[in-house]
Each structure stands twice: as structure tokens, then as C-alpha cells.
Ligand binder design. Sequence first.
Ligand code: ADP
Length: 576
Amino acid sequence: MIAKTRRTWLWALLLMLIAILLGSLVWLVGRYEQSRFEDQMEISATDLASDMRAKLSRNAQRLQVLLERETLNWDWTARQLMEERPEILRIEKRDTLLRTEVSVNSPFVKQIYSAGIFNHLGRQNFSSEVTQACVIAARSLEPAYSISYFVPVGDGTGYEVTDMCIPHVANNKVTGYLVTTYSLDGILRSWAQADTRRQEEISFRDTDGSRLATIGNSIRHGDVFAVKTILGLQGLTLILRIQSWRSAPYWLANTPTVLVLFLVIALAAVLWLLYRDTRKRLRTEAQLAREIIQQRKAEDVSRQSLERLQKSARLATLGEMASMLSHELNQPLAAIASYASGGLNLLETESPSEHGAEYLKQIKIALERITAQSERAGLVIKSVHDFVRRRETERASIAPQSLLKEVMPLLGLLAKQMGVRLELEIEKNLPPVWCDKTMIEQVIINLARNGMQAMGMHTMGAHGVGMPIQKTEAPDIKRRILTLTARASDAEHVTGAVQVEFHIQDRGLGLTQEVSDKLFTPFFTTKMEGMGLGLSLCRTVIEQHGGSLTYTTNTEPPLTGTTFSFKLMTHHATLA
Ligand code: ADP
């Protein structure tokens, strides 16, 4: 739970850091774009100003012609010139005292004022500006400009104009002037082209900032960028200002912006994929953990049920055995009783002094026999006790001999009951095997019992299946042999692992195909009192020990019979 919270926090932190990183990147690109944009505007403003200065001086050169010419053609030439140059509103030729000799108005000036822009108020009202320009021009012998001034035309509008005064110089003396009235608006319209893509406004401003003439878009939206440059003319200083509103499409069309945008999207996608992957992995891990726990539980349950099954099978065997046990114990007990009563008789009837040593010797023999018989009875009881006692599953290194020998008293009982001879063939110097002693003993007992019962069938026929056979009906006793073998496995040489093979061989009728098919199926039995659990139990136990329970069978006389086999590994082999 804590790990999960921590993970969530780490993810949040990572996302936040990346967001900050990307945010700064976008901001920096924005800054870079802005400064680039401003640089461009600065350049275009200075270019525009110098271009205007050049065009004004070119105009001045052309106008010079009007000073040289005789008055005869003057009107026509001036009008011609004004048709080409709409920024010029009026041209006057003046004498040295600045009296107007002749004047022509621009054909572009509104028709109602056909008499020219000044006629509404009279040219004399604006003579001080002309005088100022011409004084400077006379002093420098160069064209000079008046300060800009506004000429109203009566309908609320008007023209912001400047007069350019060109002196006529002959022999270093001024002989007259040519005064040209420029419209500032006209200058902008003719020579400046507002960039509509940038939503520009280009204007002339006074040095104090007031707007004199403007062209272009003046609707304000978005960020405003403005650059100013000075258009310095003799006698007149104008500020040329370019103002621009950057709009979204322009901003998007930039390569760095698109790159950053792409980066942001790619990063977000990668992060998302990473997140999804991690989630998937964590979920799978959790699922796996749950499955493992469930599997462990299931294993536990099956182990428990196996143990229960084993216990009930063992109890079933025990029930069968109880009667045989009492019979078997009868013999030593009867012997003990008779030796004891013999001894007693001896003590009561005879006088010890008469026979001396012989008397004592007989009593000693009786007591020795009593001891031997009680030991035998004790052994029988102990083997049953060992068998029944429920122990926890635990494995240990066990000598194969002791595995077989410990079950012998019990098997001996059964064999005697069924008229079967037991044969033990144990190879010498076998290594100890790694196993659960009780379980393997149970397997051996089950297999041996099955073998003995199979030989019982042999004599009793199909009907007497599994029934203990009567001693009186025990023909063919030479053939009823159950052989228990333990020997080192041949496979040892191949795999390098030491294994011990166990074989339980009977001389019964063998297994028919039908029985073979169902042999290990739980509850399959051909015996009247059978449970059908023995073999499946045996197989499970052997498999738990890492081996497999196999069998060979022969139904063809005279070599009929079945051999059940399994192998056990030594401790050394299980570790390898
Ligand atoms: P049960 O002994 O209780 O019948 P098992 O699982 O031990 O249960 O055996 C199942 C059946 O397999 C037996 O009923 C018998 O028909 C057959 N069987 C087992 N061992 C032998 C054998 N050595 N020879 C012939 N038949 C056998």
C-alpha cells in the first residue's frame, strides 16, 4: 500500500517536472520567436526610412527642372509631375521675397476644393512654415522642409503636410524658390506598404509622439510590437513607427514552435505508454502472486486429502489384519502359557534337591522359551504399532534393507494366512535412499498384498477373489512365491545418479487388458472387499518421491505373474 502511494507520488512528480520542462521550453521558444520578429521589424523600419529619404531626394532632383524652365511650359510640366507623384499636393514657384509667382494644385485633391487645399483658409495663413523652410534652404543652398502642419479642408478632415523648399541658385545667389507641399499621408500611401500578414500599422509621429499620418490595420488584438525609427530631413524630424499585432496562425507556422509542439506530444505519448506498461506489469505480478497463493492452498488441500486417504487405507488394512494378528499372537501366547505352566508343575511336584542340576536346567529352558516367545509377540505388536502410528511426513536417508525388513513381520503374517512363500533378494552394499519411511513401507505392503491376493485368485478362481485362502486348499504351494527385490539401478551408469530399484514380483495370473486399462483409477477394484485405492495411492507416493510406478505382466502360462517396480534416489542424487 505504501509502495503504491509512493509510486503515485513519483509519477506525479515526474509528470510535474516534465510539464515544467516543456513549459520553459515553450516559453523560451516564444521568447526567441518574439525577439526574431522584433529584429525583423526593426530592420524593415530602418529600410523603409532610408528608402523614403532616397525617394524624397529623387523627387527634389526632378523638381529642380521646374526652377530652370521658362514659365511657358511650367504649368503643364508641374501638373504632369503631380500626376505621377500623388504624395505632392501643390507646387509653387516663388520669388526671392517668397511671393508666389505661379502655382499648380494636384489633380488628386478633392474636386470641391478644385482651387487647392489652401484656398479654403488662404495660403497666407501658412506662410510662416514656408518661410521657415525657405530660410533654411537659402542658408544651406539645399532643399529644406518645414515642420509638419495640419490644413483643414472644412468637412472635418484635412491634410497633414510639410513644405519642401528648393532654392534656385545662380552665381551663389538665391534667385527664387520652388515650394512643394507634401501630404504625409500620401508619402505613406505611395512608399510604404503595410504588411497585412503581420497586421501592421505604419505611421508618422511627431517627436512628442502624436500621430500625424497612418496607414494599415489599426484593429488591436493579441500582442503589440512597435518599432520606431527617425526620418531626419533638413528642417523636419519625423518618427516612423511600425506597429504589429501578431496573430496565432503566424505564430504556429514557425518551425521551432512546431518542433516543440511535436516534442510535447511525443513525450506525452511515451509517458502514457510507459505508465500503461508499468500498470500492466504490476497487475500481472499481483495476479501471479494471487495465483501462486491459490496454488499453494490447493496443493495443501490435496496433500491433506492424500494423507487422509492414506490413513483410511491404512485403517482398512488394519481391520483385515486384526483377525490375523490375534491368530498370530495366539501361538506365542499359547506357547508362553504352556511353558509357564510346565515350569510351575516342575516347581510344585518335584523336590529340587532330588534332581539337582537337571532340575534347574529344565526351568532355565522354560524361562528362555518364554522370553523368546514374548519377544516374538512383542515384535508383531510393535510392527503393527509402527504401521498404524500417524507420523508427519518427513524424509530421511534409509537403508533399503531396513525398508524391506521392517515390513516383513506384517507381510509374514499375511503370507502365512494366504499360504504364500516370501522371498527377499537384497543386493549387498546398497546406498541408503532418501524417502519417507512410513509411506514407502505402505507402498511395499500394498504391492505385496496385491501380489499375494493375485496368487490367491490363482487357486480359488474368479469367484474367490481376494478372499483369504484356506490352508487346507493350498495346492501348488511351490508356485505361490512373492519375491521382493532391492538392487542398484542400471540407469545409474547412464545418468550418474545413484538409484535403487524395488521389485515386487508375484506368480499370479497377470493383468488382463481390461484391468490394465483401469489399474490406477481410484476405486477400481475386482475384489469383493477391495477399496480400489491402493495402487493410485502407491503411484502418488512414488511420484512425490520423484519416480514412477511401473509394472510388467504376463498372462501366458507357465510364466504368469506381475511385477510392480519403482526406483528411489539417494540423498546425494536428489541434491544433484
Ligand atoms: P484393491 O487392492 O483395493 O482392489 P488396488 O488399487 O490396489 O485396489 O488394485 C486395483 C485392482 O488391480 C485390483 O482389484 C486387482 O484387480 C488389480 N491388481 C492389483 N495388483 C495386482 C496384481 N499384482 N496382480 C493382478 N491384479 C492386480
